[in-house]
Design a protein around this ligand. Sequence first.
Ligand code: BTN
Length: 247
Amino acid sequence: LGSKIIHKKSVPSTQNIAHQLAQEGAQHGTVIIADEQTAGRGRLERKWHSMSEQGIWMSLLLRPKIPPIQAPQLTLLAATVLADILLKKVNVKAYIKWPNDIILNDKKIAGILTEMQAEQDQIQYIVLGIGINVNQSHHEFPEELKSIATSLKIETNKTHNIRDLIQSILTTFEQTYDHYLQNGFHDIKMKWESFGYKLGETVNITTPNHTWNTTILGIESDGGLLIKNPDGKTEKIYSAEIYNEGN
Ligand code: BTN
């Protein structure tokens, strides 16, 4: 991983560059990093605000030999890597909010966007995008994000070295990824659950059809979220938003 790192000053989105390179045959482990994105994307077609040189905006091109159905495991794997780095390098305990948000002190510090190209039950490639708010000050966030997003600088009162953080992420990602390919998902699942946001707590979950009050139990190896409804039944969900009770 990272044997080929492409560093750009400003691009619309590192995801788009990664897709383009993948289609041109770029190899597994290619990394695209940008100082600034003018059209950063999040999940559910949301905009991802990516200010100049204040954060980590990067996309990893992966060509894993796993069935497409296991691809969500890579999002969960990446989330554990980020939470782990924040704990070990920055000394803060962040939580992973299913499926792909990293939460620090109840605000969003990082997000992951996994996009897959598959054909006939085979993965052609995966573009795994990572966005981390590192050195933004509070006033630099747009108004609508101020109450829901944060940066490492805001939370620790220090500026952080973006290069060092990227290096740690790539090294840890590679180790975790190799371990996963050799040993399967079990250890990732345990780690994920040690960082799980609101695990064992009661929250509001909203799906396209309804909202209900439920307890989060953990994740499943297919990437689903395991929940327990007020009637005591457990259920697995694949697409939803989690809200704190009362929000
Ligand atoms: C989310 O929280 O919804 C996912 C956010 C992912 C943002 C990263 S920044 C690098 C890469 N390029 C993008 O346009 N998006 C991802």
